[in-house]
Design a protein around this ligand. Structure first.
Ligand code: NAD
Length: 254
């Protein structure tokens, strides 16, 4: 189905990790920009996803949710098939699902490495691959990969996470070149520390020491990451591709 053949010109946006802290803000913002949004949640989060969906409905936001383990190649493929059958071709894909398994290399076990690489990096291939051909055929697409400042500068205790997040941007730069003549842009957004349940749960002293190292002296609000995503997802951002957009309050400038 081409965009022109659809009943409306509403774009379909898929957000992996859509029910998480940053993902929720991205979903809200993409809806407010007029897109139809599908949030992907992990199959083990069924209960949380149902409540999340009800909360969005109470906010007056129409949203769709679908289960899928993005770290699994077959699941990525099936999930995109289901989305395209139910809602139509995917125009905007935000790869936002991610985990941490922080350990110094001395203590890191192979499973800590593999879990993070599979979830944060391999997933980007598993989910992007099945939407790519359709985007090429339709001559439109927006792929936005949510990386991290720690993929740009490295972080103690995060060899797995930093490698995966740096790898995401390698993928972005290569794919941007493959999509450039076809109306598809591929970009990375690299948040610094963001006020999400994960960072709010940190010990106060650790949180304070992180905040004091940020030139803006505060963490980002999830909405500030969502704003960067919405900018890159917009039709008029067509000439921006292959970039790594930092949203980090000056924490890392290069
Ligand atoms: P979060 O834990 O609130 O959200 C991540 C979501 O991804 C969760 O809903 C989780 O269930 C989902 N997910 C994890 N593994 C999955 C899988 N295999 N299949 C499907 N879904 C899966 O975290 P967040 O803070 O909202 O982070 C979102 C993204 O932003 C992540 O990629 C993270 O690495 C990145 N990031 C976060 C921060 C921060 O400070 N919070 C900073 C930089 C980058």
């Amino acid at each position: 189905m081409s965009l022109a053949e659809r009943k409306s010109d509403v774009r379909i946006a898929v957000v992996t990790g859509g029910i998480g802290g940053i993902g929720t803000a991205i979903c809200r913002r993409l809806i407010s920009e007029g897109n139809r949004v599908v949030a992907v949640y992990h199959p083990l989060e069924e209960e949380k996803a149902t409540e999340w969906c009800q909360d969005r409905q109470e906010e007056g936001l129409g949203i769709n949710i679908i289960a899928g383990d993005v770290s699994n190649a077959a699941d990525g493929m099936t999930m995109i098939d289901e989305i395209e059958n139910q809602f139509g071709p995917v125009d905007i894909l935000v790869n936002c699902a991610g985990i941490t398994r922080d350990k110094t290399l001395k203590r890191m076990q192979t499973e800590h490495w593999e879990d993070v690489i599979n979830t944060n990096l391999n997933s980007v291939y598993y989910v992007t691959k099945p939407v790519w051909e359709g985007m090429l055929e339709r001559g439109f697409g927006r792929i936005i990969n949510i990386s991290s400042v720690n993929g740009q500068k490295g972080q103690f205790g995060q060899a797995n996470y930093s490698a995966a997040k740096a790898g995401m941007h390698g993928f972005t730069m290569a794919l941007a070149q493959e999509g450039a003549a076809k109306g598809i842009t591929v970009n990375t957004v690299s948040p610094g520390y963001v006020e999400t349940p994960m960072t709010l749960a940190m010990r106060d002293d650790i949180r304070e020491s992180i905040i004091s190292s940020i030139p803006m002296r505060r963490m980002a609000k999830p909405e500030e990451i969502a704003s960067a995503v919405a900018f890159l997802a917009a039709d008029e951002s067509v000439y921006i591709t292959g970039i790594n957009l930092p949203v980090n309050g000056g924490l890392f400038i290069n």
